[in-house]
Design a protein around this ligand. Sequence first.
Ligand SMILES: [Zn+2]
Length: 319
Amino acid sequence: MSMERIPVLCIGAIGQSGSTLLARMLGQVPGLVAVGETGRVWDKGLVEDMACGCGEPFRACPFWTAVGEEAFGGWDRVDTAEATRLRDGLTLRGRAPHALALPLILRPSLSRRYGADLRRYQALMGRLYVGIHRASGGRVIVDSMKQPAHVYMVSRMPEVDLRVVHLVRDSRGVAYSKTKWVHRQGARSDEFRVRRPPPKSGEKWIWMNLSFDALAGLGVPTSRLRYEELVRSPKGALLRVLSELGIERRVDDLGFIGEGWVELPTDHLAAGSRMRLEAGRLPLREDDAWRHRLSPTHRRVVTALTWPLLVRYGYRGSP
Ligand SMILES: [Zn+2]
């Protein structure tokens, strides 16, 4: 058996931070491949047959068909209900707060049941990564399944050589985005994503960012990137982050980025925001609608809740 570890670059972030955009940009860097939110392959991909970034239904996409062959000898061999159950169990969905999963991942002996399911899911994800590794010709896998439990789980897979980009966006921007009505991923046209009150977004923003901050102390190579830096000075931001993660690239490798735009070909993100379906020359500008549209009350509350970390990350914490 080969001892060569599979290179994976996970994006760690709260939702509405620009992770799909970052994943697609990283996927254009030579030697890297962006595949979207891997943990949603089991239900959004295999069951709902949601559109891949290339526009094809998941099961008709040639890239993902190749991944399924390499990983499992065909997707029909995957028990999708079991895989989805394991994925949801990882975050304790419906049972306990997501944050409680992290100590269980680090010390699976704390719960025999959780530990057993964790090992099963790691084995499944390990096969999926092997499939992507082979189907992509051995490139670094950019995984935008950004949840803390997922990233922590991958950090405990010995067959994976993990690096993490901790993507941060201003807490007030995240809070505003979660108040908007947005159609759910792959859902029927009358279904909307769950909205979240700004104070709840503030709380979630704090614990999730702290959990990604803690990864470096656990021995995981980590680089922090602000969404606002990515859209304002994309070339410098990407080169810095990659270099901090031991992936040296040159500015010539970033020819797909221009002044205020990014040129993205069709790629194969299995899940993620709707922007995964857009291709061509796309405007690269900061989404800062929250500055005008987040109510003064909510703005004060979210700022008050999150200011210590806002300051730590280089944002202006004053309301
Ligand atoms: Zn595709």
